[in-house]
Structure formats: structure tokens, C-alpha cells
Design a protein around this ligand. Structure first.
Ligand code: RTP
Ligand code: MG
Length: 140
């Protein structure tokens, strides 16, 4: 299987509770390598642009407010089939539906404060990585 890259965000609910390390450890133990990482405070414009695909959904405003409510850690993850591997360890969007052992089951607070974002296709991973990182910031 090919080694690929995906994009991850450790969301404000997790950074506020000092769980950056715990979440990263779970990603690493799932076979993903952090090849780029930075802690940032997203601007409203940045968050709206990132979530533009969800613009028409009823939760868009709350989602943007939440994503700028504190620092996030944006990461590029590398591994075999990285996008799917990351989605598997993240668990279902709503932590109430997430399987045991997944990040959202172990850490998340609610469907909004669900601790992590992960790209949902290889195509979106490339777009999302380029939204936050220059190629020279990624060291594989
Ligand atoms: P993500 O994009 O964050 O990795 O999560 P996902 O693919 O599992 O979920 P998606 O459908 O893309 O939704 C993006 C984020 O919006 C929030 N959300 N809130 N209140 C609601 O009904 C609702 N539904 C989704 C979640 O924080 C979700 O991660
Ligand atoms: Mg999504």
C-alpha cells in the first residue's frame, strides 16, 4: 500500500484541555507520522475559507465560532493509506457513535467539540495541506 499524506486539526476543545500530546500519541500509535505541525489561532476568515464546503449547512456559523474559540494544532500526517487510517482512528463525527479506542470516543466532548478534523479524501487532503503549509515546512 502506498505511503500518502493527510491533513489533521487538533481542535480547540482538545488544546484547551491540554490533550495535544494524547491525541498526537494516538495518531502515532495508529501508524501515522507527524511530518509538519504548528499551533495557530485561526482567524474567522481562515476558518470560513477552510470550511467553505459547509457554508450552506445549518451548523456553519457555530462551527466557525468554535474553531476560532482557541488555538488549534494543524498537522500533516504521513503513513500507509494515511487519509483512511486517520479517519479510522478519529472515529465517528458524533462521539456518541464513535467506536471504543478511537480519538473521538476517548477524548471528544460533543458533535461540535469533537477534538479532531481529518481530510475525507486524498484530493481534499492535498487542498487542505496547501491551505496551511508550504512544501518546505513538511519534512517526511
Ligand atoms: P471533520 O470534517 O471535522 O473531520 O469531521 P467530519 O468529516 O467527521 O464531519 P463533517 O460532516 O465534515 O462536519 C464538519 C464538522 O462540523 C461539525 N458538525 N456539527 N451540529 C452538527 O450537527 C454538526 N455536524 C457536524 C463537527 O465538528 C464536524 O467535525
Ligand atoms: Mg469533514
Amino acid at each position: 500500500m502506498a505511503v500518502t499524506r493527510t491533513f489533521s486539526i487538533i481542535k480547540p476543545d482538545a488544546t484547551k484541555r491540554n490533550l495535544t500530546g494524547k491525541v498526537t500519541k494516538m495518531l502515532e500509535e495508529a501508524g501515522l507520522r507527524v511530518v509538519a505541525s504548528k499551533r495557530i489561532q485561526m482567524t474567522r476568515e481562515q476558518a470560513e475559507g477552510f470550511y467553505a464546503v459547509h457554508k450552506e449547512r445549518p451548523f456553519f456559523g457555530e462551527l466557525v465560532d468554535f474553531m476560532i474559540s482557541g488555538p488549534v494544532v494543524v498537522q500533516v500526517l504521513e503513513g500507509e493509506n494515511a487519509m483512511q487510517r486517520n479517519r479510522d482512528i478519529m472515529g465517528a463525527t458524533n462521539p456518541a457513535d464513535a467506536a471504543p479506542g478511537t480519538i473521538r470516543k476517548e477524548v471528544a466532548e460533543s458533535i461540535e467539540a469533537n477534538s479532531v478534523h481529518g481530510s475525507d479524501s486524498d484530493e481534499n487532503a492535498a487542498i487542505e495541506i496547501a491551505y496551511f503549509f508550504n512544501e518546505d515546512e513538511i519534512v517526511g
